[in-house]
Design a protein around this ligand. Sequence first.
Ligand SMILES: Nc1ncnc2c1ncn2[C@@H]1O[C@H](COP(=O)(O)OP(=O)(O)OP(=O)(O)O)[C@@H](O)[C@H]1O
Length: 271
Amino acid sequence: MRIDIEDLSVAYAGRTVVAGARLVAAEGEITGLVGPNGSGKSTLLRTVYRHLKPTAGRVLLAGSDLRELSAVQSARHVAALPQERQSDFELTVHEVVAMGRTPYKRAFAGDDATDRDTVARALADVGLAAAAGRRFTALSGGERQRVLLARAFCQEPDVLVLDEPTNHLDIRHQVELLALLRAQRRTTLVSLHDLNAAASVCDRLHVLHAGAVIASGPPREVLTPALLAQVFGVRAAVVDHPLTGDPLIAFDHRAPAGPKTPAPAEVPTGG
Ligand SMILES: Nc1ncnc2c1ncn2[C@@H]1O[C@H](COP(=O)(O)OP(=O)(O)OP(=O)(O)O)[C@@H](O)[C@H]1O
């Protein structure tokens, strides 16, 4: 299912932090949101998983306004890994992941064989099959993250909304997670700080700057040295990755690119 974000604006207590954002997350593609701290990535994603209401504009799921669906209907279509990660569950890993099955159950119904299989598969997908009986609160940050991802997979959504899913993960688990997302071919809208990960996993990228989408397109077209200097304030060269051929951003970690651009810049957009 495709997601269309149309002229979306979002405000907190009257302060607009996303302003007129337009973007498409195409069916079966991985669509990345990148941008500096505070540029509005999480806020935009919160409207897609219905944690926040837009102040203007709308989010369409397969052409229908998301807000016209019931909470249960939308939970069958859209699953999220939010930034605000609950970590206070006094539950086992299995129980946390099984919460992803709630949209498919009647009130107070127990797990059936399909639920149990789906939970087991999701835990195996994130490499935590052996942890099913452990207490969620006894896990490390990265392990909790993978449990919450398994919960989202368990929802069997058409659309996955992931806010910084590689946060806390060691490099092996980052690689595995991104490979899993690619293999699933689900419509995925994901925010990522790691621009090299975004360049290798995303079909299209949208760059947010001060609440506006200022560039959109395939990673190779979007992640240019000029944009990296203008939006992120860093010096970088973009080369071909020697193993994969993906764009590889080689940052100059010794010095920034000069003063940061204070407001959204006019960067040509590929639509
Ligand atoms: N709950 C909130 N209440 C008030 N303001 C908020 C809230 N959440 C975010 N903001 C503000 O909205 C703006 C956008 O924040 P948001 O978290 O969407 O950015 P982001 O691009 O996801 O940032 P980061 O990369 O740091 O996670 C920031 O100025 C932030 O301070």
